[in-house]
Ligand binder design. Structure first.
Ligand code: NAD
Length: 359
């Protein structure tokens, strides 16, 4: 059995990835996660008795720890998902984004290179480093612009996007300079189970259930592409197994929607699945708030390369993925509650509304 070193495996996408790998017994998993506010061990409870899931609480910016993990576990794949990932936080406090996304990625690449260089020629050839990045590095599109392809010039506009762009460039340099077999994926907005409730979709669900205003930035017409997290997970595995080293692959859901459209759709699902006591529609809670500084207007992903080269396709449509997602949050209100009351970290988070008791 192969061994995967997965960073950020207690976060949203990382935990979905780890659970998929272990449920399908694809590999032994070394899960390295610093457990920042976004990391949640509860996401991985299903693996508590699994000896092939080894959780390590630690920082990707710690070269000694990385060296030890490489020597001890000899992974054949690195999937790098650890990051500071919330744009609003990057505007309030950019330093953490540089520290983890840029400096942390550098240390991970460097320790990977040192380990990889002493492997046998066959193991060196078979090794892969998959770097998980974002469509935000490409900048913002006007309504008539074509979707981002992999050759689109980078134009990051937020500290988050700039820090991810920096990490992408480091990954590229390690391929071109040292021959490290890296693959970068740039995906659109993910949604699905275990997403931290500061992000748009779980935030809207939790506020709606609490009968609180549903905050929408600006005029609500910012456009994002929506990718169901399980489809993304399959895309990362396809990239590792069939992708060409040195290449980048866009992963998208072919579901471009204005934020207001997404929120209205979620409201209509909640109207059906959990009607309000008043019988009134959740959409009447929608409330427009001052726009985020430098808010990118539109992202759109052209993912024909991964579709044709790796025969990957999103299985969920926008409607089927949202149906599953809303159902998951309604069935897992305890998970949300433990984040709201800080129990998941053994402390109360200042960043979550004290009044928000819904989820
Ligand atoms: P997340 O914020 O939910 O999880 C990030 C995880 O990384 C957390 O568990 C956190 O504890 C861990 N982490 C943070 N700093 C660390 C460090 N220094 N060392 C070790 N672990 C650390 O993020 P996510 O939404 O799951 O995103 C995963 C990856 O996918 C990120 O690289 C992100 O940039 C990228 N991405 C996410 C989306 C999305 O829609 N969520 C879209 C595009 C790209």
């Amino acid at each position: 059995m192969q061994t995967y070193l997965i960073t950020g495996g207690a976060g949203f996408i990382g935990s979905n990835f780890v659970l998929h790998v272990r449920e399908n017994k694809l590999a032994r998993v070394i899960n390295l996660d610093k457990l920042t506010y976004a990391g949640n061990r509860d996401n991985l409870r299903a693996l508590d008795a699994d000896p092939e899931h080894i959780f390590v609480a630690g920082d990707i910016a710690n070269p000694e720890l990385l060296k030890k993990l490489f020597q001890q576990y000899q992974p054949s794949r690195v999937f790098h998902l650890a990051a500071e990932s919330h744009v609003d936080r990057s505007i309030a406090d950019p330093e953490a984004f540089i520290r983890t996304n840029v400096v942390g990625t550098f240390h991970l690449l460097e320790q990977t290179r040192l380990f990889w260089q002493q492997l046998s020629p066959t193991d060196r050839t078979n090794f892969r480093f998959v770097h998980v990045s974002t469509d935000e590095v490409y900048g913002s599109l006007s309504p008539s612009d074509p979707a981002f392809t992999e050759s689109k010039a980078y134009e990051p506009n937020s500290p988050y996007a700039a820090s991810k762009a920096g990490s992408d460039h480091l990954v590229r340099a390690y391929f071109h300079t040292y021959g490290l077999p890296t693959i970068t994926t740039n995906c659109s907005n993910n949604y699905g189970p275990f997403q931290f409730p500061e992000k748009l979709l779980p935030l809207i669900i939790s506020k709606a259930l609490a009968e609180q205003p549903l905050p929408i930035y600006g005029d609500g017409k910012n456009v994002r592409d929506w990718l169901y997290v399980a489809d993304h997970v399959r895309g990362l595995l396809a990239a590792a197994e069939q992708g060409r080293p040195g290449e980048t692959y866009n992963i998208g859901g072919n579901s471009e929607k204005e934020n207001i459209e997404l929120v209205r759709y979620v409201c209509s699902l909640l109207d059906r699945k959990r009607p309000r006591a008043s019988g009134r529609p959740y959409a009447e809670l929608i409330s427009f708030v001052a726009d985020r500084p430098g808010h990118d207007r539109r992202y759109a992903i052209d993912c024909r390369k991964i579709q044709t080269e790796l025969r990957w396709r999103a299985r969920e449509t926008f409607e089927s993925g949202l149906e599953r997602t809303v159902a998951w949050y309604l069935a897992n209100e305890d998970w949300c509650k433990s984040i709201r009351n800080g129990r998941y970290r053994g402390e109360r988070l200042g960043l979550i509304d004290k009044e928000d008791r819904s989820c």
